[in-house]
Design a protein around this ligand. Structure first.
Ligand code: ADP
Length: 497
C-alpha cells in the first residue's frame, strides 16, 4: 500500500469518494459541486477514482449498470441493500450506488421531507454510506478494492470509523481521509441509536462518536480518519478555535498535524463565461462586451430598470444565519439610494425572504427577488451582475465568490474562511500593487459591510480601474488541478504515516 501510494511510477492509487450529493444529480449546496468536480480532477492527476453514492432516484436513473450482478449489502441494523455498479452517466465515472428504496426513494429532499423536517432515520440512511465504503475496502467487490476511502462531510463520517475497526481486525489495509465542508452540520443523533450501527462499544466515548451525550457522525469522521482536510487554509485554522470549532475545536487541535486546508476549485466545464450556454452572450476577460449584454438581459428578465450605469449587486445563496444576509437586509436601502440595483436568488429563513420581498415590492425598478432554487438563473446572475455579495458570518470555502471572480462580478465578502483566501480588497495599496479583486470587510457588522459597499461604488465611479480589477479577477487561476494535486499528496501522506 505505502509503496503504491508513494511511488508515482506504481499503479494508479485507487480512491473511493463517498458523498451524499453530486452535481448535477443531487445538490443542496457546495458539497455537490465539489463531489462532481474533484473526482474528474483526481483522475486527470493520475488516480483511479470511483464514486460511492446513496441511491436517490436521480442517481439510480443516471447509473448505466455494467455486467456485474449487484452485491448484497447486509447492514448491522438488519436491513439489506443492493450495491449497484456501473458508470454514472453525466460525469462518465465508475460508481457504486446503494440501492435501498425505503431509505432513498422519498418525495422530499435528500435530508428532510417537503416540510423541512429531517428524516427520523437519517442515522441509518447515511450509515449505509460509511458501511458500504468500508465493505468495499474489505473486498466486497472482487474486481476493485480502494486503497483510500475519502468521505465528505458528516453523511460519510462513519466511513473512517468502520474502516479503522475493520483495519484493526485485519480485514483491510485501506486508509481513511475525511473532508469537512461545513463543520456546523454535524449529523447528531440520539445515543440510543448507537447499538444499531454495529460499531464496538469503545466507539461510543470521548475518543469516538460521543458528543455531549449524543452521537456525532462528524466527530466519527474527525476521530477515526487517517488524514483530515477542510476546504480552505483559513477555515482549517478557524475550526481549531472555540469561536468556530462548533465544540469540536479541542479534537481538531489535537489532530491539527493531520489536518490540511485545501481550497475548492471552480469546475470550468460548468462555470466559464467563455462557454456557458445558460447565459445571454459568451465573453472573456479580453473580450468582455458580452457581459454588458448579459447585464441588460438580466435587468430585462427581472423587470429592473435597464440602466447599464447602475452597479448591479447580486446574491445566490441559501438564506440562513450563516450567510450574513441580514447585513444586506439592513444595508439594502442605502445601496439602492446610491443608485445601485439588487438581484437576489435564494431560499431559507422566512423572515429574510419576507424582508427581501418587501424591498422588491417597494422598489421593483431597482430590486428583484426570486425565492427558490434555480441553477440556470444563478448562471445569469453571475454573468449579468457587477458585484457578487457574500457577507457570510463564516464560510468554509464558498463557491459563489469564486463564480463571481470567474464571471467578472467582483465579490464583496466578509474576511473569513475561504472568502479571505480568494478575494483581495480594493484598498489603495492592493490596487497599487495590482492585487485587488473585490471588496473585503473585516468586522461582521452593518457599518463595516456598509463601508465595503461604498468602496464598490467608489471603484464603480472609476470605470478604467474597475475594468482592470475585473480583468484580474477573471484571470485568477481557480481551477481544480492544483487542489487535486494537494489531495493526492494528502493520500500519500496518509499512506506513509
Ligand atoms: P453552501 O454550500 O454553504 O450553500 P457554497 O457557496 O459553497 O455555499 O455553494 C453554494 C452552491 O449552491 C453554489 O453552486 C451556488 O451557486 C448554489 N446555490 C445556492 N443557492 C442557490 C439557489 N437558490 N439557486 C441556485 N443555486 C444556488
Amino acid at each position: 500500500m505505502a509503496a503504491a501510494a508513494g511511488d508515482p511510477a506504481a499503479e494508479p492509487l485507487r480512491v473511493l469518494q463517498a458523498s451524499a450529493e453530486i452535481y448535477p444529480l443531487v445538490k443542496t449546496g457546495g458539497l455537490a459541486d465539489v463531489a462532481g468536480a474533484l473526482p474528474g480532477a483526481l483522475r486527470r492527476a493520475g488516480a483511479d477514482v470511483r464514486l460511492l453514492l446513496p441511491g436517490y432516484p436521480a442517481i439510480l436513473d443516471a447509473l448505466e449498470p455494467d455486467d456485474a450482478a449487484p452485491a448484497e449489502l447486509a447492514a448491522p441494523w438488519g436491513e439489506t441493500a443492493r450495491l449497484r455498479r456501473g458508470r454514472l452517466a453525466p460525469l462518465d465515472l465508475p460508481a457504486w450506488v446503494i440501492e435501498h428504496a425505503p431509505s432513498y426513494a422519498r418525495a422530499g429532499g435528500p435530508y428532510a421531507d417537503a416540510a423541512g423536517i429531517a428524516y427520523a432515520d437519517n442515522h441509518r440512511r447515511f450509515a449505509w454510506l460509511g458501511w458500504a465504503a468500508a465493505r468495499l475496502a474489505c473486498g466486497l467487490d472482487p474486481d476493485w478494492r480502494p486503497q483510500v476511502v475519502h468521505g465528505h462531510d458528516w453523511h460519510a463520517g462513519l466511513a473512517p470509523a468502520y474502516l479503522a475497526f475493520a483495519r484493526r481486525r485485519g480485514e483491510t489495509g485501506a486508509l481513511g481521509v475525511f473532508t469537512v465542508h461545513n463543520l456546523a452540520y454535524q449529523g447528531l443523533f440520539p445515543a440510543e441509536r448507537f447499538g444499531e450501527l454495529g460499531l464496538p462499544a469503545e466507539a461510543y466515548g470521548l475518543h469516538g462518536l460521543e458528543f455531549h451525550g449524543q452521537l456525532s457522525f462528524m466527530k466519527a469522521g474527525l476521530s477515526y480518519a487517517d488524514r483530515l482536510s477542510t476546504v480552505s487554509p483559513t477555515y482549517a485554522r478557524e475550526i481549531t478555535t472555540p469561536e468556530q470549532g462548533c465544540g469540536l475545536d479541542g479534537l481538531l487541535r489535537e489532530r491539527a498535524a493531520r489536518l490540511a486546508g485545501i481550497l475548492n476549485g471552480v469546475d470550468t466545464a460548468v462555470w466559464d463565461p467563455a462557454t456557458d450556454a445558460l447565459i445571454a452572450e459568451r465573453y472573456t476577460a479580453r473580450k468582455p462586451s458580452g457581459k454588458a449584454a448579459c447585464k441588460l438581459a438580466l435587468q430585462r428578465e427581472l423587470g429592473l430598470a435597464e440602466r447599464p450605469e447602475a452597479p448591479l449587486f447580486t446574491v445566490v445563496s441559501r438564506l440562513t444565519e450563516q450567510k450574513g444576509l441580514h447585513l444586506l437586509a439592513h444595508g439594502a436601502a442605502e445601496l439602492l439610494r446610491r443608485g445601485g440595483q439588487l438581484a437576489l436568488l435564494g431560499s431559507g429563513e422566512p423572515a429574510l425572504e419576507a424582508a427581501f420581498r418587501a424591498l422588491a415590492a417597494e422598489r421593483p425598478d431597482a430590486a428583484a427577488v426570486r425565492v427558490g432554487y434555480d441553477e440556470a438563473l444563478s448562471h445569469r446572475l453571475f454573468a449579468g451582475g457587477d458585484v457578487t455579495l457574500v457577507p457570510s458570518r463564516f464560510e468554509p470555502c464558498g463557491l459563489t465568490q469564486m463564480y463571481g471572480l470567474k464571471y467578472g462580478s467582483l465579490p464583496l465578502v466578509h474576511r473569513v474562511g475561504g472568502l479571505a483566501d480568494t478575494v483581495v480588497d480594493c484598498a489603495l495599496e492592493e490596487l497599487a500593487e495590482e492585487r485587488a479583486t473585490g471588496f473585503v470587510f473585516d468586522r461582521f457588522d452593518d457599518a463595516s459591510f456598509g463601508r465595503a459597499v461604498r468602496r464598490a461604488f467608489a471603484l464603480w465611479a472609476r470605470p478604467a480601474e474597475w475594468r482592470r480589477v475585473q480583468r484580474r479577477a477573471m484571470a485568477q487561476d481557480l481551477g481544480w488541478d492544483a487542489s487535486a494535486a494537494r489531495y493526492l499528496q494528502l493520500y500519500r501522506e496518509a499512506a506513509a504515516a
